[in-house]
Ligand binder design. Sequence first.
Ligand SMILES: NC(=O)c1ccc[n+]([C@@H]2O[C@H](COP(=O)([O-])OP(=O)(O)OC[C@H]3O[C@@H](n4cnc5c(N)ncnc54)[C@H](O)[C@@H]3O)[C@@H](O)[C@H]2O)c1
Ligand SMILES: [Zn+2]
Ligand SMILES: [Zn+2]
Length: 343
Amino acid sequence: MKALVKAASAAGLSLVDVDTPPIARDDVLIRILKTAICGTDVHIWEWDDWARRTVPVPMVVGHEYVGVIAAVGDGVLGLEKGQLVSGEGHVVCGRCRNCRAGLRHLCANTVSVGSTRPGAFAEYLALPASNVWPLDDAIPLEVASLFDALGNATHTALAFNLIGEDVLITGAGPIGCMAAAIARHVGARHVVVTDVNPYRLDLARASGASLALDVRSAGLDEAMTRLEMREGFDVGLEMSGNPEALRSMLAVMRSGGRMALLGFLEGSQAIEWERVIFGGLTLKGIYGREIFETWYKMTAMVQGGLDVSPVITHRFPYTEFEAAFDVMRSGRSGKVILEWSER
Ligand SMILES: NC(=O)c1ccc[n+]([C@@H]2O[C@H](COP(=O)([O-])OP(=O)(O)OC[C@H]3O[C@@H](n4cnc5c(N)ncnc54)[C@H](O)[C@@H]3O)[C@@H](O)[C@H]2O)c1
Ligand SMILES: [Zn+2]
Ligand SMILES: [Zn+2]
């Protein structure tokens, strides 16, 4: 089969022939239709320090996809050939304390599709049946292809109750924009999204932000004045991974406010602990997706009218993967879809 592979310890990826993965007794084989490029794939393309430390080569990359079950192992119950599916990319052990407590997203022994086990940017993917998420035909295929990322947005946005709240989202990447759409869908009042990239701020507006603010030229206090907010934001969703964005969020939170932190902040970062302590703020780190409560909620929200299609900006066939990664790396894109063919 054809697959996009990190073939050697260097920047770039190659489209090459590899063996179709064998399936074990409890696995399914998924024929991949459409996939979406994630920031993680860009790190692997660029072969930065994280990627070098994490990804053994050669490795088939990619973890956001939709496909059709092509074969099921002998031990698989309740799934069948021909079913439309996506799947959770974190393969967990099922035996550690968190797994046994139902906190599988915090498994101590997680292996990740497309970085530490063979990925989905391929014609076929082998996956444990317990990771498969069956899909309803009513879900647009392109949206289904990015469920992994929509799951990150869902997990973060639903960490705290947003009904009637004023929400600040720092970072208008695909995940920040999808979180804005969710915040609107579930009934937030104001949804302010910040970024430093005008293209991305336009995507945030298209996704339903009340106000999209370029923090290079406008402060959050200005946003609060324009929206006649007096006491600060009730809920903050940090989705940029930028330490300055985190610090600016802390400064505008209402006392008693809640913050969910998804963006990867590197190293140790100083923050104003006084704001956290005297302001009685709650900070929650978010990793991955709750398995499978997040999948349930995002599916139900899409079935109920949540529209994240504005974040999908580009589509390429696999033969043009280099152009697809170029546009993704330029910052002038939302989600970029790679597809094997129109099926
Ligand atoms: N915790 C997890 O499990 C998990 C999972 C997926 C992604 N992530 C992280 O979540 C974040 C969002 O993912 P994404 O794919 O949308 O990333 P992205 O890199 O596409 O988007 C981040 C955005 O933040 C913007 N930004 C930079 N500096 C800023 C500032 N000072 N203020 C406001 N915005 C600023 C960037 O211009 C960019 O548009 C990333 O940091 C990613 O690594 C975490
Ligand atoms: Zn992803
Ligand atoms: Zn575990």
